[in-house]
Design a protein around this ligand. Structure first.
Ligand code: HEC
Length: 241
């Protein structure tokens, strides 16, 4: 048997009903304010279209490295999205802004983190560290479960493939001014030679067209434009954490 707790006399019943109505209204207002506070920063923080110049397209060598990243399935174990939460900010640095993905076709946000997030990995380690880590992850990080990718040390990138990728990106809207073959090749050689020079300083011999060199170029680029823009106040960071 249930007990009916509704007041029997009409006066008390009306008072109770009014309170319920008031409660519903106050709750609706509170939820609306909360919702607006949550949602508005998503638009103000995007800072994409009105500031088109704070992130630039990947260079041809970085495009080649990115293609290798996709081919090897690195995104299956690594995300590229630092979330605005304290633990992530302390571990990875600035949280990822929407505009940073402007030239990412396809997005490589990832959905699992077997390894750490890589969106701010650019500049975190020297080139030689990446070389050694890809050759044998256990050599730099004891106990690592990441597989070795030592074939990248010998594999070579093909400038024709890189040109095709750059052309493809241009077709989907990435503003490459020039995709002439000679310019792609000279850009690949220039950037690759820089990395090979830095590897040589660490006693590692490589060549500018090796796959590992392209992958290092890509990894060292990750998150750099965004970080620079955030430091210069070009994006519109919100008060999130
Ligand atoms: C099976 C899962 C797995 C795959 C696939 C994988 N990784 Fe990793 N990765 C890890 C784990 C675990 C770590 C952390 C331990 C370490 O540093 O090796 C890591 C660490 C890293 C780090 C160092 C990050 C940091 O901030 O210290 C980089 C860079 C990296 N991986 C790049 C790659 C690239 C590039 C590929 C593809 C060629 C790749 N990983 C594929 C699991 C993976």
């Amino acid at each position: 048997m249930t007990t009916d707790t509704t007041p029997k006399d009409p006066f008390h019943r009306r008072v109770l009903e009014n309170k319920a109505g008031l409660f519903a209204i106050v709750t609706t207002i509170a939820i609306s304010i909360g919702g607006i506070v949550e949602i508005v920063p998503m638009f103000t923080a995007a800072a994409g279209p009105e500031r088109p110049d704070w992130v630039s397209p990947y260079t041809p060598l970085e495009v080649a490295g990115r293609d290798i990243y996709i081919r090897e399935g690195c995104y299956l174990c690594h995300s590229q999205m630092v979330r605005p939460m304290r633990a992530e900010l302390l571990r990875y640095g600035e949280w990822s802004r929407a505009g940073e993905y402007r030239y990412d076709h396809p997005f490589l946000l990832g959905s699992r983190r077997i390894g750490p997030d890589l969106h701010r990995v650019g500049g975190k380690y020297p080139d030689a560290w990446h070389y050694e880590h890809m050759r044998d992850p256990r050599s730099t990080t004891p106990g690592s479960v990441m597989p070795s990718y030592r074939w990248l040390l010998d594999g070579r990138i093909d400038a024709t493939d890189v040109q095709a990728s750059v052309n493809g990106l241009r077709r989907v809207g990435v503003p490459y001014a020039d995709t002439a073959f000679v310019d792609i090749v000279s850009s690949l050689v220039r950037q690759g030679t820089g990395i090979v020079g830095r590897l040589a300083e660490a006693g590692i011999e490589s060549e500018p067209d090796r796959e590992i060199v392209a992958l290092i170029a890509y990894l060292q680029r990750l998150g750099i434009d965004g970080r620079r823009a955030i430091e210069a106040g070009l994006t519109a960071p919100t008060g999130s954490q």
